[in-house]
Design a binder for this molecule. Structure first.
Ligand code: PRP
Ligand code: URA
Length: 209
């Protein structure tokens, strides 16, 4: 599928295996999510635009590239997407941060919106939507719909673990969005949890149940 990129980097795969382990506690889990987000961001942001500035080195003046203009907005899908934000901000500290609050209904698995706030204007920025889990794809589709309704044009989605059926659904709904995934797992179970997955990402990041 064009625009669906599964990242095979050994460091990402190693850290995902640690995330999956049910014995990994909240502290380490949080740290791993942030580190994986940074590694994924390194790949996903490889096409950030550059512009030349003039810099005086101790030897001479030269033209040298920096990231161009007001480029990036990070938009986590609450709650679990929050865990990935600092990993991206470590790479691009000047990025603005929006928030999209969605929770999945336990019975229907449909997303429900409870909070949305985006940097304004958003249309000129590259927008990186973060959510560690892409299961049915309903939450990602709702977030991408919302961002586009508010003028977002150049959007990337980063998910650490995804189910194949969810990836297909998001790609069909938003074929223009580049989807970066750490690992595509086997399938969803009857409760729409990813198998083998890592359980409930929000609960594991925030230590709730
Ligand atoms: C989880 C996860 C995604 C969503 C994925 O959030 O963080 O946002 O489910 O499922 P989907 O692809 O089927 O929509 P949840 O609704 O559990 O909320 P939380 O992050 O606040 O725990
Ligand atoms: N949300 C999660 O946190 N985990 C899953 O497996 C599916 C949705």
């Amino acid at each position: 599928m064009e625009n669906v990129i599964e990242l095979k980097h050994p460091l990402i795969q190693h850290k995902i295996s640690k995330l999956r382990d049910k014995h990994t506690g909240t502290n380490e889990f949080r740290k791993l999510v942030e580190e994986i987000a940074m590694l994924m961001g390194f790949e996903a942001l490889s096409d950030l635009p550059l512009e030349d500035i003039e810099v005086e080195t101790p030897i001479e003046t030269c033209k040298t590239p920096v990231i161009a203009g007001k480029t990036l907005a990070v938009v986590p899908i609450l709650r679990a997407g929050l865990g990935m934000v600092n990993g991206i901000l470590a790479l691009v500290p000047s990025a603005k941060v929006g928030h999209i609050g969605l929770y999945r209904d336990e019975e229907t698995h449909e997303p429900h919106e409870y909070y949305c706030k985006l940097p304004d204007p958003i249309n000129e920025r590259l927008i990186v939507v973060t959510d560690p889990m892409l299961a049915t794809g309903g939450s990602a589709i709702a977030a991408l719909d919302f961002i586009k309704q508010h003028g977002g044009k150049h959007i990337k989605l980063m998910s650490i673990i995804a189910a194949p059926e969810g990836v297909k659904r998001v790609h069909e709904a938003h074929p223009d969005v580049q989807i970066y995934i750490g690992h595509v797992d086997r399938e969803l179970n009857k409760d729409a949890y990813i198998c083998p997955g890592l359980g409930d990402a929000g609960d594991r990041i925030f230590g709730t149940k």
